[in-house]
Ligand binder design. Sequence first.
Ligand SMILES: Nc1ncnc2c1ncn2[C@@H]1O[C@H](COP(=O)(O)OP(=O)(O)OP(=O)(O)O)[C@@H](O)[C@H]1O
Ligand SMILES: [Mg+2]
Length: 417
Amino acid sequence: MTQALTFVVLSTGLDSFRELRDALAADERTRLLAGGDDVEQLHAEITRLRPNAAIVTLPDANAEAALRYVERLSVECPQTAIICASRDASPDLILRSLRAGAREFLRLAPIRADEFRTVVDRIGEFRAVQPDVPKKRGRAIAVFSSKGGCGTSFIAANLAAAMNAPTVLVDLNLQAGDLALYLGIEQKFSIADLVENRARADESLLKSYVVPHTSNLALLAAPREADAADDIEPEHVFEVIELLRQHYDYVVIDPQHTFDAITLAALDQVDEVVLVLTLDIPAIRSAQRTLQLFDRLGYPRHKVRIVVNRWSKQIELDVRQVERFLGERVTGYVQSDYNTAVNSINLGQPLVTSNPTSRLAQELRQIAANLTGAAPLPPPTEQPRGFLRSVFQRRASADAPDALPGRLGKEKAPAAI
Ligand SMILES: Nc1ncnc2c1ncn2[C@@H]1O[C@H](COP(=O)(O)OP(=O)(O)OP(=O)(O)O)[C@@H](O)[C@H]1O
Ligand SMILES: [Mg+2]
């Protein structure tokens, strides 16, 4: 299917805007992405959405200011063709428009249908000769825990915010995702909309479904209504992640805490899984089960990075013994600091930006740096003590990998394993 030609309209007059909007709606080759009279706001949208064309109306009273903007737009966004539109179609104004950088001129009040068709044809030709932007393939990272409440959403939001490159955070908790709150943003659309329109999802459409948080971070939110997720199939998630990878350097995914088909589709596809656990027996056991499942699924161990969240010196557990139990090194630590964590969540601002000098933020940035290729952080040191130490000593001496005594032995495997 041919992708629609995408337009934005900058118009100071409501009548001209309506006329242009109706003409675009009547031509099935075109799609209006954004419109308005606020130059700066629309310029930000053009930079973000990269439409094929921008129509700039030239008001009778002050065409000069609009022409100055045309000059700026032609320099800053050369991939967007500029169409000047005006009721005054004098040769002088047409010439000034072209000199300012417009490719086309459209007469308004009324728009002639044949002229409009010609202008759209030319925009099609303009798009056809634009050099292909080479497809990128960003890294996909899932932040996962098969046990709820370990802090995966908090960590996912912060890692995504710390990436320092174009990143999209994907809320794959389709039934009850709340990452929009972690980023303090209002969502209009969700992954369900992108799934529904994925066949025609070019960059502009895709970027209209994500919500920008900063210039480097956007969110693909979970559906607001759980019903909207009913039609989402694992293969749709696969396609959406592939699509996102073409447009972002990093795709950070916060999946559900179960091994349902959608979560597995995402885990299969990602380059890395940040496996989050807390230093309590159910979470450690759950991480061990997850690693066993990953082995059965054929995930290479280097795909998995273990991060301990809510780490504290007070916890009577030797991380080295946890590592032996899991058969895997811990590569990141985030200390326990409930007030700092919860304040940033309540503020709707990732800690790495709202409180960048906090210890938590530094640790989160270190994990992000490890993911992007920097050297790993040495683990904190602590003393093994008390009851939990003895549990791990017994585990270390047990023969069978699953032969943990007592409460660990009773824990059930996650539902769908
Ligand atoms: N390092 C930390 N120190 C203290 N509290 C933390 C830390 N990380 C997360 N928390 C707190 O733990 C709670 C759960 O965090 P979060 O929602 O990120 O977990 P989750 O694994 O996504 O849970 P869910 O099961 O709801 O998906 C939050 O109240 C958060 O403030
Ligand atoms: Mg969560």
